[in-house]
Design a protein around this ligand. Structure first.
Ligand code: 6R9
Length: 653
């Protein structure tokens, strides 16, 4: 599609009606909104019945001590039983749960019956290592089936897990082990990424030399790459030795609905990591329901693939708990999208006939940069719904995703949520909502959200402000691990009785919600609030730009000055007038006030594991400060590259 026709499409504020076939057979229709509006708690009580409870809850929500919620508190349930055993008992033991695809090309399919045996053995193994109900287990693994097995085994015995992304350093791992006071670490010799074996065990060895990690009794090690590992006798145990010799049957014990399920540290893009605590019954209810509703999952027919890493909340909720609770067949891919070639993802879609794909805007923009001809080489006709998560998706990327991956017809569900919310909160429903490129649109049934101004007043259609959640929801965080006060201060202090998400948002004239990025990222330029997302989106709408990151740098005249870092498309060359051209382009799209003061073409942008741009670091660069904490960056050499380019390439008025 030419850029001009794209611009026209977007100008019309075009909506895309759901495909008739999908709408006719949708799991969830517009009626669900009515039902939930009429009786919100009754609606969630009904969704909880999607699960198999040992003791059915009689009370839906206890909100007597806000914001400390108790959902389904008198119910008792086992999460692993719900994600595995019950599907086997229902006669679906031969259904594939996981199609594992290793980066080097090895593959393995695990049925629900096999998964049940593996999880049972691993549960016995953890018990043999002395893990009791309530003990924390740290998981530091690549994207392999054992990771899913390990998480489910913890859930089965009521030992909360803390998954730490395999790309994190020994220091980041140590901090998380200390904070959760973990007793066991599950890791691997290494995993395959970017075409090679990358070690994990040395980081565990190093982390366990740090103070505060003494309570770790055992390190359970999966052999994945076969690389050499240091061995601490009496502490280290091979997975294949310990787990393999355990019995294949294990009786799951039911736990209270509010029993802790996991802690997941969110570094966010700013500040010290927070241990977000999720519990059992409410979390599983909402992840299962939203996965069923937003992906319209038909477990007998669909092949679902979420490309997230399991170290991110998306991997927890939409690789492990939601899809498996629903009996899905899904792909689990170990590696990066460009190993060994840039068509790898599309090759996998073709190989397994993936029907539902869930990925992040950053990945979509990378694919755009690599070129349309790459996905065009593969048969992607199986795809019927495309999901997006992690950041606002700019309309250009949205359209590209629809055209080049979704054959111009697959609905895109742009799902807004957070580690803290546990499950999706805002999203179109693929069979009921006419979708709009770039907007997460509306709260899901049973969810209450709105946009308010500084005074906590709801903004009218067309207005902008802050996204807030106005009623408790089942999969909400229960607290920050060990720090109730920080939980109150971070989320519940800014607006009374409302959860403050930390995201800027606006409502369009139809009342649809558009996310504008973290409020810390909103810039103040000569008295105007300007969203980094909008300037980035304007930059990316220029044919030369693949990706952009915008920050406000302190400026004596204008409070903040807009600084942009751009990655050029594969086909675009950097030339003398490009920067001026881009500045003029933004000015034309958004007005002269939004014209960036400086634009710096760079090769890479600093990102977290979930692909979010760390603007805090770019602000440090733009303000010539020493860099803050870089431990959650996927690749810290990126910052050196950017800094060396700074003085020469900047354009000043
Ligand atoms: C699931 C996840 C949460 C933050 C959130 C927001 C951004 C996520 C988004 C989105 C716009 C979407 N975010 N999804 N912004 N549209 N569809 O990403 O969790 O890593 O905790 O990040 O991500 O800023 O506040 P987490």
């Amino acid at each position: 599609m030419s850029n001009e026709s794209l611009a026209n499409l977007l100008k019309e504020e075009r909506r895309f009606e759901p495909p008739a076939e999908l709408a006719a057979d949708a799991n969830v229709t517009a009626e669900a909104y009515e039902q939930a509006r009429a009786d919100r708690l009754g609606f969630w009580a009904e969704q909880a019945r999607r699960l198999s409870w040992e003791t059915e809850p009689t009370e839906t929500l206890d909100w007597s001590n806000p914001p400390f919620a108790k959902w389904f508190k008198d119910g008792r349930i086992n999460v692993a039983y719900n994600c595995v055993d019950r599907h086997v008992e229902a006669g679906n033991g031969d259904r594939v749960a996981l199609h594992f695809e290793g980066e080097p090309g090895d593959s393995r399919s695990v049925t629900y019956a096999e998964l049940q045996r593996e999880v049972s053995k691993a549960a016995h193994a953890l018990t043999e290592l002395g893990v009791n109900t309530g003990d924390r287990v740290a998981i530091y693994l690549p994207m392999i089936p054992e990771t899913v097995v390990a998480m489910l085994a913890c859930a089965r015995i009521g030992a909360p897990h803390s998954v730490v992304f395999g790309g994190f350093s020994a220091d980041a791992l140590a901090t998380r082990i200390q904070d959760a006071d973990a007793r066991v670490v599950i890791t691997a010799d290494g995993g395959y990424r970017k075409g090679g074996a990358s070690a994990l065990k040395p980081a565990v060895d190093e982390a366990l030399t740090k103070p505060g990690t003494e309570n770790v009794r055992s390190v359970l090690v999966v052999r994945r790459t076969g690389q050499d590992v240091e061995w601490t006798e009496g502490r280290d145990v091979w997975w294949h030795e310990l787990v393999e010799r355990q019995p294949e049957q294990h009786t799951p014990e039911a736990f209270e609905a509010e029993h802790p399920l996991f802690i997941l540290y969110t570094s966010g893009t700013t500040g010290k990591p927070k241990g977000i605590l999720h519990t059992t019954g409410g979390y599983l209810t909402q992840t299962a329901y939203t996965h069923h509703a937003v992906f319209d999952l038909k477990p007998e027919r669909d092949v679902y693939w979420c490309t997230a890493d399991v170290g991110w909340v998306t991997g927890h909720s939409y690789i492990v708990y939601g899809p498996l609770a629903n009996g899905a067949t899904e792909v689990l891919y170990e590696g990066t999208p460009d190993s060994p070639h840039k068509g790898r993802w599309w090759e996998i879609v073709q190989k397994y006939g993936v029907t539902l794909l869930y990925t992040a805007p950053t990945a979509i923009r990378a694919c755009m940069k690599w070129g349309d001809d790459i996905p065009a080489k593969y048969d992607l006709s199986s795809l019927r719904i495309l999901g997006s998560v992690g950041e606002p998706i700019n309309p250009e990327a949205w359209m590209w995703y629809r055209q080049h991956i979704g054959a111009g017809s697959a609905p895109i569900v742009d799902t807004w949520w957070q580690t803290e919310t546990g499950a999706m909160m805002l999203s179109p429903l693929p069979g009921a909502t006419a979708t709009k490129p770039g907007s997460a649109q509306l709260p899901l049934p049973g969810i209450s959200a709105t946009v308010v101004d500084d005074e906590a007043k709801e903004v009218p259609d067309g207005g902008g402000g802050y996204l807030v959640l106005t009623e408790p929801w089942p999969s909400m965080l229960r607290t920050i691990w060990g720090d109730d006060q920080r939980y109150l201060d971070t989320y519940w202090a800014r607006f009374e009785h409302r959860y403050f998400a930390g995201d800027g948002a606006k409502k369009d004239t139809d009342g649809d919600i558009w996310l504008l990025g973290r409020v810390d990222d909103v810039m103040l330029v000569s008295g105007h609030n300007i969203s980094t997302t909008e300037v980035e989106s304007a930059l990316v709408s220029h044919p030369a730009v693949a990706e952009a990151a915008v920050v406000g740098a302190t400026d004596p005249q204008t409070t903040q000055a807009i600084c942009a870092f751009v990655i050029l498309r594969g086909t675009a060359a950097e030339h003398d007038t490009l920067v001026d051209e881009l500045r003029a382009h933004v000015s034309k799209q958004l007005g002269p006030i939004a014209k960036p003061r400086r634009i710096l073409p760079v090769a890479e942008l600093p990102k977290t594991r979930s692909g979010k741009i760390m603007r805090r670091l770019l602000r440090d660069v733009a303000e010539n400060r020493a860099l803050g904490d870089v431990s959650t960056l996927t690749d810290s050499s990126v910052m050196d590259l950017i800094q060396t380019r700074l003085p020469a390439a900047a354009s000043e008025d």
